[in-house]
Design a protein. Sequence first.
Length: 146
Amino acid sequence: MSFDSNPSHQLYNQFINEIKKSSPSIYYDEDDLIDIFDTAGDLCDTPTQLEVLLLGYKLFPESEDLLKRRAAFILDTNEDSLENFMKLHSSKINNDFMWELFRIRANINSSDAIERQILELLDRFKLVDDEEIIQFISVFHQSFLP
């Protein structure tokens, strides 16, 4: 499948063109925005990720999936801010895999028991989402590889 024939890439390109014209559509659904965000991440396009998050917050302020993407964005741009972000949104955070993983990452430099925490997390949850796998690999890499 070529870049242009992939539906996620088509959405991404459409979104980019709308941003260039200063007229992003308000008719994207939540899943569209998540696909665009993830595609932008695959392409290391941080500005587009930010544009998606801004529009997503405006259109879907209660979206848990977009909140997780905002946390991942914060983590990727300023790791030290993740803990504050999680405190700010504590009433919206549950105990699913991603939030538990974000908690581990927020405290990665202050804990000697990262391996135990990661193993406990894997015992409790099954990795089913591509974003969960990406974040898990990132924590593993940051924790155990020089």
